[in-house]
Design a binder for this molecule. Structure first.
Ligand SMILES: [Cu+2]
Length: 263
């Protein structure tokens, strides 16, 4: 699907494997998956555009057009909380922007955080990429909203509650394209290995599954940690590329879920 220059450069290091199969994903990862005591209630987010399994390289996020939280009270804009983080980019003398943000949880309930970066020009694919991304943090066990859509242009609706999952659990979701189920969509799945896992071969880096005709998919997560599910759609939109020509837009709906080993 994807032919990523970043990946190829990375793989040149390990055994000359050439593969077209890996992608970048927007990471929206909170400091804790569940808030169970007040000491955990100050969340900090790392918002990065990267390859989660390999833990890099980073790609630039020019700006975040959307960053907020949805609770039982509605949506709250959090773009004022964003702090730009400028980090050196591997394999390139340029520096790239990522973001961090803090958010203090004061009440029990479900907190759905969401972010949409400005379109990213993927030169190798000649595509503009936009990843609408969300993650649900539950506080103090009150379940009141994880199943409520945020209303992102492309969005994965969790059919499994997206927190409190054990390692090995199946995660089920439904892909919505402007509120309508998207059948036969491609879902890419990646574990946030942060470069600590050496994949035996490139197909292990990104898993690919297809939804059924109702946009529904299922995947069993074999390891504890953070997993991303990305529905990547060609919605027929175009945007001007840096050279001014109209380029297709890959619009993604992403959800991050966390798994925990059973003690
Ligand atoms: Cu990349």
């Amino acid at each position: 699907m994807f032919f990523s220059r970043h990946l190829l450069l990375l793989l040149a290091g390990f055994s000359g494997i050439i593969s077209p199969a890996s992608a970048h994903f927007l990471e929206l990862v909170p400091s804790t998956a569940l808030v169970t005591k007040s000491g955990e209630s100050r969340l900090s987010f790392d918002i990065r555009f990267t390859h989660p399994m390999e833990g890099g390289p980073l790609m630039n996020i020019e700006r975040l057009d959307r960053f907020g939280v949805q609770t039982v009270d509605g949506k709250h804009d959090l773009t004022g909380q964003l702090i730009v983080e400028t980090l050196p980019m591997a394999l390139n003398p340029a520096r790239v922007q990522s973001y961090t943000a803090d958010y203090s949880i004061r009440r029990a309930g479900d907190y759905t955080f969401y972010a949409s970066p400005s379109p990213y020009w993927e030169a190798e694919e000649k595509t503009m990429i936009i990843h609408h991304t969300k993650v649900v943090v539950n506080a103090y066990g009150l379940e009141n909203g994880w199943e409520t859509p945020v209303g992102l242009p492309v969005e994965i609706m969790p059919l499994s509650r997206p927190y409190g999952l054990w390692t090995g659990n199946i995660f089920s979701g439904q892909v919505m394209n402007n509120g309508t189920p998207e059948g036969d969509a491609i879902i890419e799945i990646e574990y946030r290995g942060e470069g600590k896992i050496t994949p035996l071969a490139t197909p292990y880096i990104t898993q690919t599954i297809r939804t059924d005709e109702n946009g529904v998919f299922h995947y069993a997560m074999p390891k504890a940690g953070w997993w991303v599910f990305a529905a990547l759609l060609d919605t027929g939109k175009t945007l001007p590329a840096p050279d001014g020509t109209e380029a297709p837009v890959e619009e993604g709906g992403l959800i991050w879920v966390h798994t925990q080993n059973m003690p």
